[in-house]
Design a protein around this ligand. Structure first.
Ligand code: AMP
Length: 149
């Protein structure tokens, strides 16, 4: 019994991240050359606090969040909203993301999700493929906990 539970756990941990991710076409994103004002609009309308930034070839460039935008337009005495349409996303985004590929094992995602609310997943050549979120990971755990005898 114990060994069959361990076998199932090992099997889930070894499945490729591509089997667990939200695919690119369902992920809200902005382009690196978009202005911060556009990114703020997409973030506000989608309800997400951070979304991926892609280039015109759909390659992953970074992440942009509402906090990064607010920080970029923070003046000494007020928030300078008029700057929203002169700052480009790639000058304020976080471009230092962990490298996560579609073929990486779910276990790698699990380790990284301790410190990230979601991970951007790419093909080998950097083309954006989707995201792996904490919600998906927790659902996987719930399924495992409740269905394992
Ligand atoms: P969740 O674990 O579902 O709460 O998602 C964590 C984070 O992943 C969200 O706060 C968003 O920043 C990002 N996220 C989740 N789903 C999407 C999506 N469809 N498009 C863009 N970003 C998303």
């Amino acid at each position: 019994m114990v060994s069959s539970i361990n076998d199932r756990r090992r099997a889930v941990l070894q499945t490729p991240i591509s089997e667990h991710m939200i695919s690119a076409e369902k992920v809200a994103h902005v382009q690196a050359g978009n202005y911060a004002g556009h990114a703020l609009l997409v973030l506000t309308k989608s309800g997400y606090s951070a979304i991926p930034v892609l280039d015109s070839s759909f390659r992953l460039k970074g992440l942009i969040s509402i906090g990064m935008i607010t920080d970029a337009i923070l003046g000494l005495e007020r928030i300078e909203y008029e700057r929203l349409d002169s700052i480009e996303v790639d000058s304020i985004m976080d471009g230092d993301l962990p490298e996560v590929y579609v073929h990486d094992p779910f276990e790698k995602g699990l380790d990284l999700l301790v410190n990230h609310t979601f991970l951007c997943v790419t093909e080998e050549d950097g083309t954006f493929a989707g995201i792996l979120t904490r919600r998906v990971m927790l659902k996987e755990f719930k399924k495992y906990i409740y269905t394992t005898p």
